[in-house]
Design a binder for this molecule. Sequence first.
Ligand SMILES: C[S@@+](CC[C@H](N)C(=O)[O-])C[C@H]1O[C@@H](n2cnc3c(N)ncnc32)[C@H](O)[C@@H]1O
Length: 204
Amino acid sequence: MSLPPSFFDAMYAAADDPWSMRTRWYEERKYALTTAVLPRRRYADGLEVGCSVGELTARLADRCDRLTGWDASAAVVERATARVAGRGHVRIEQATVPARPLPQVDLLVLSEVLYYLDAADLQRLLTQVAAAVRPGGTLLAVHWRHPVAEYPQTGDAVHQALRAALPWPRVAAHEEPDLLLDCWVAADAGDLRAASVAAAEDLW
Ligand SMILES: C[S@@+](CC[C@H](N)C(=O)[O-])C[C@H]1O[C@@H](n2cnc3c(N)ncnc32)[C@H](O)[C@@H]1O
């Protein structure tokens, strides 16, 4: 079974920032990796699924004309909204995937969220992902690799499923003992120019 919103509501009732996203060097460095890998300087429409307290959202906001952060837990919407206060182009909403279908976007970020889904919900979401990213747009996924007893899936299993499901060329694949990060461009699998940051600036 996918972990329900009540699982996360309980975590947010017990701690303001349960994963210490505001303070841990591990998270700060991971956010730097995540934003560094994005192939475009700017995106028109971005969506981050599972935005939590909004730390990554705030960084993505610098790269998007419009950005939406979704989180299954109503408890955290206020905290994320406060984190992006004053940035009128960012909206935070309570939404649970895959029940809420993904809208069409130019940038979709799935950071530390897919391992909460069971196999059926993950497959449902992957079908939505393939239709949600506009042609030429970016999908970035990054996940913790170490097993967590309560989570239905591991980060490795999630990235394996993404790699099997998506017929797109990858801009980057980054592997560490602790995390996997993959970034795709929505384009034909063999279209390496579509996935090349250098080609976008006519360097080859
Ligand atoms: C570990 S935090 C990730 C925060 C942020 N994306 C990052 O990487 O720093 C995971 C968040 O995903 C949310 N979440 C879990 N399952 C979800 C689902 N099915 N749909 C939307 N959000 C979900 C949780 O409430 C939690 O706030």
